[in-house]
Design a protein around this ligand. Structure first.
Ligand SMILES: Cc1cc2nc3c(=O)[nH]c(=O)nc-3n(C[C@H](O)[C@H](O)[C@H](O)COP(=O)(O)OP(=O)(O)OC[C@H]3O[C@@H](n4cnc5c(N)ncnc54)[C@H](O)[C@@H]3O)c2cc1C
Length: 326
């Protein structure tokens, strides 16, 4: 995609909406007491109501500060350059970013080695069934996937570190792996809201605080928080959803990444389309489907509407999940 097409909206559109954009200036102080933020250049901007939407940074490994971390455009361009030149690439971390980069790079002809501390790729989010399946997929495509790696490798040459993210939180607010907000985006400080990756938000559906680092949630929670700041009374209450494309596989996930105590496979594991359901106390709390969009979409509705469906029904591809939605 061309650089000029990347901004969410052209600057003129913000002016038309009556939004004053202050680019190139970091906020260095929220000014919770005096109600005015301070910018890097020393300027201050007074506020009646404040929203923090500062996202997250790539988690860095102190011993590997010089490596490539994928967060901003220059690093993405650097990565694209080395992939286009078919240079060898080592990746630390077999999470979504590590796996997606590995898939693209190996298909473009790079020699790719992935180093992962856990026994399978994406193990924490997807569990061992899908983790094991994806490990096989990557290896079949030629990725040298090394799992259960005990110490941080220090390969020479191109190294991408993709080991998760850290929310860009602010002091003076209640934090717990993110800025803690309620279902309206309200923080612990009066008239201060937060939205997107930086938050750990209360989900009425899951009855707990959840942190989601995906585009759709950031966007839709952002809309909801904006409405709440303008006096709206509708809480944000949706099942998070995202997808990941690796090779010819479209992996879709709906749920909040919470701990589960049982998995149920719908279809044949390893023969797409199939899905894995994650249950807690007999209730589905997440689903991950491989080339199985319909199952994920229906399961998302089931979870959102808190419909009851048994593990046997989930496991049975001949049981139409729409029947449980009626
Ligand atoms: C490489 C990569 C691939 C991804 N792929 C996917 C994907 O395929 N699907 C998906 O759903 N999600 C994906 N994500 C996650 C997705 O990008 C985030 O969930 C989403 O961007 C979060 O939106 P946000 O508005 O909360 O934060 P951001 O998009 O991070 O925006 C935060 C903004 O705040 C600015 N900022 C930070 N601190 C300050 C400050 N002190 N003062 C002023 N401005 C500040 C930042 O410069 C930035 O512009 C990916 C992320 C990365 C890094």
């Amino acid at each position: 995609m061309k650089r000029e097409r990347l901004p969410l909206r052209p600057a003129a559109q913000y002016r038309e909406l009556g939004v004053e954009l202050v680019p190139g200036q970091r906020v260095v102080e929220l000014g919770l007491e005096r109600r005015s933020v301070e910018l890097e250049n020393g300027a201050t901007i007074a506020w009646d109501c404040l929203c923090i939407a500062t996202g997250s940074d790539a988690r860095r490994l102190p011993a590997l500060e010089d490596a490539l971390y994928l967060r901003e455009l220059p690093q993405a361009e650097q990565l694209r350059g080395l992939i286009e030149r078919r240079e060898p690439l080592d990746i630390i971390g077999a999470g979504f970013i590590g796996c997606e980069v590995a898939a693209v790079a190996v298909q473009k002809g790079c020699a790719v080695t992935v180093h992962e501390a856990l026994e399978q790729p994406l193990l924490r989010v997807l569990g061992s069934e899908l983790g094991g399946y994806l490990a096989g997929v990557h290896r079949t495509h030629g990725v040298d996937l090394r799992t259960s790696v005990a110490s941080t490798p220090r390969p020479e040459g191109n190294l991408l570190v993709a080991v998760g993210s850290v929310p860009r939180t602010q002091s003076g607010l209640r934090l717990d792996g993110g800025i803690v907000v309620d279902e309206f985006g309200r923080t612990s400080a009066p008239d201060v809201y937060a939205a997107g990756d930086v938050t750990k938000h209360f989900s009425p559906l899951f009855e707990t605080h959840i942190r989601v680092e995906h585009f759709q949630t950031a966007q839709r929670q952002g809309f909801a928080v904006g409405r709440a700041m303008a006096g709206g009374t509708e809480p944000y209450s949706e099942i998070p959803w995202f997808w990941s494309d690796q090779y010819d596989l479209n992996l879709q996930y709906a749920g909040a990444g919470l701990a589960w105590d049982e998995t149920v496979i719908r279809g044949a594991l390893g023969a797409p389309p199939f899905s894995v359901f994650y249950l807690r106390g007999g209730r589905p709390i997440a689903v991950a489907g491989v080339n199985d969009h319909h199952t994920v979409a229906r399961a998302r509705r089931l979870m959102g509407e808190r419909k009851r469906v048994s593990a046997q029904q989930l496991a049975d591809p001949s049981f139409d999940l729409r029947r449980a939605l009626a």
